[in-house]
Design a protein around this ligand. Structure first.
Ligand code: UGA
Length: 478
């Protein structure tokens, strides 16, 4: 008989895992304590934006392979394998991860299990957790019911969650029994047929693989962003630098996109939790470089705020258009979003901030209700003194100066993700600023009177990237 699976916790990770396991042919029960979420999923409505997931959800509610419930007892009777996909957020006022939800869901399902089964942790946890939880499972499970534990970290990216779950680039299993490994080989048979690397290891290595991967990615982004600080000081182009080092196969070009940096529910909290955990282990200085990575990352946000403040001086009465509030494109997630943080800080400095994001406006408004949320890009930029591109949605990557010129009050754009072609903008008379890139001044013939005044001031001060005036004049297109 095919294995029956449950997924406990139906957020970004759990809902995706549940729908994808149904797609692979398993009968799946998704469980969550949030009744509203369960009702919405049961109706086939995804409570967040994730490409292709809604279709999969509806498809398998219709096939009958996918159901949702708030009852852990139902899960305990139903499942042969119980995936734990609850969150491990940063603890309030601390760097460490909050394990409350993992601990309580593992204990609850161990208690509720009425037949032999395997609990499989997918949540990102501090190293040492699985071994501790194994003890908890033994204490909580009923006499005569054999409940095993394995750790199987998840590497999916928001925006590509379905693809990453159905076609993972590797599978990592931490366990202490060959039975657990055998069951998970059955669950992931489809990926194994495609020769996906399957790494069976101990609990600690499996837990560490996950945080090491996220720490490496965070470090890579902060590495290139640190060089942005250098090119902003001496001149140079961060994109060309990234392209050039990226050709070296040992380095690789991916995750070397300089800009406003990383955010979201994973990278920032995972590097902090890792530092907290190694400190607990007495290895205080071992992961100190991650503190630097965090600080470099946060300084990029300061840089954008300062750039706007330095350009305009007083922000009272200035109208700022912010394009993007999600922490990255193809997601409506605004957790620790650099874009939203910058928007909120400019608002606090007195500016009128008009925000547009194709999907994340509603979530952003829950966090910062006082920003002015617009339904279209044109609404956001109309009458603006500066446009800030902070999340690289396709709609923004394709922007042309001609689409915006007639709508703004002052032609200035800050490309916080290094996705626009500076020449297109400067040639159309825009002041163009980007992080870590030297840019030309607008071509004079396009400049309006008001812009000339601002440009005139700029020529006797260092430019917005901090180059000495003399160096900039050499690249001026005027
Ligand atoms: C990240 C990891 O990439 C996943 O492998 C992991 O499973 C997930 O965390 C998790 O732990 O659950 P995710 O948070 O969805 O996935 O987002 P990423 O694609 O990693 O992007 C993170 C942030 O880095 C975004 O804010 C993005 O804009 C930024 N970024 C990314 C850059 O600033 N530059 C880059 O070159 C790449």
């Amino acid at each position: 008989m095919p294995l029956r699976l449950t997924v406990i916790g139906t957020g970004y990770l759990g809902a995706t895992h549940a729908a994808c396991m149904a797609e692979l042919g398993f009968e799946v029960l998704g469980v969550d304590v949030d009744k509203e979420k369960i009702d919405s999923l049961s109706r086939g409505e995804l409570p967040f934006h994730e490409p292709h997931l809604q279709e999969l959800l509806q498809k398998h509610i219709a096939t009958g392979r996918l159901r949702f419930s708030t009852s852990i007892d139902e899960a305990g009777e139903f499942g042969d394998v119980h995936f734990i996909a609850v969150g491990t957020p940063q603890r309030a006022g601390e760097h460490a991860a909050d394990m409350t939800y993992v601990d309580s869901s593992v204990a609850a399902i161990a208690r509720a299990a009425t037949k032999d089964c395997l609990i499989v942790g997918k949540s990102t946890v501090p190293v040492g957790s699985a071994r501790r939880l194994q003890q908890l499972v033994q204490e909580e499970s009923s006499l005569g019911v054999n409940v095993g534990l394995a750790w199987n970290p998840e590497f999916l990216r928001e925006g590509f969650a379905v693809e990453d779950t159905l076609r993972p680039d590797r599978l990592v299993i931490g366990s202490e029994s060959s039975a657990a490994e055998k069951i998970l080989r059955e669950v992931y048979a489809d990926a194994l047929r495609r020769e996906t690397p399957f790494i069976a290891t101990d609990f600690e290595t499996a837990e560490l693989v996950k945080v090491a991967a996220n720490a490496f990615l965070a470090m890579k982004i902060s590495f290139i962003n640190a060089f942005s600080e250098v090119t902003e000081t001496v001149g140079g182009d961060i994109r060309t630098l990234a392209d050039a080092i990226g050709h070296d196969k040992r380095i690789g070009r991916r995750f070397l996109n300089a800009g406003v940096g990383f955010g979201g529910g994973c990278l920032p909290k995972d590097i902090r939790a890792l530092q907290a955990r190694v400190s607990e282990l007495g290895l205080d200085s071992t992961m100190r470089f991650l503190n630097e990575a965090d600080e470099i990352n946060l300084r990029r946000r300061d840089r954008v705020v300062r750039l706007v403040q330095e350009h305009f001086g007083e922000l009272e009465g200035k109208s700022i258009a912010v394009l993007g509030t999600a922490f990255k494109p193809n997601s409506d997630d605004v957790r620790d979003s650099p874009a939203l943080d910058i928007a909120a800080r400019l608002f606090s400095s007195g500016a009128d901030v008009n925000v547009y994001d194709p999907k994340a406006n509603a979530n952003a408004a829950k966090r910062f209700p006082r920003l002015n949320y617009c339904d279209t890009l044109i609404d956001a930029v109309s009458g603006s003194d500066v446009v800030l591109l902070l999340t690289e949605w396709e709609e923004f990557r394709d922007l042309t100066p001609f689409a915006l010129s007639g709508h703004v009050r002052h032609r200035m754009i800050v490309d916080g993700r290094n996705v626009l072609n500076p020449n297109d903008w400067t040639e159309a008379g825009w002041i163009f600023r980007a992080l870590g890139r030297r840019t030309k001044r607008p071509t004079a013939s396009f400049c309006r009177e008001a812009d000339r005044h601002v440009l005139g001031q700029e020529e006797v001060t260092p430019d917005d990237c901090g180059h000495p005036t003399g160096a900039v004049v050499a690249t001026v297109g005027v």
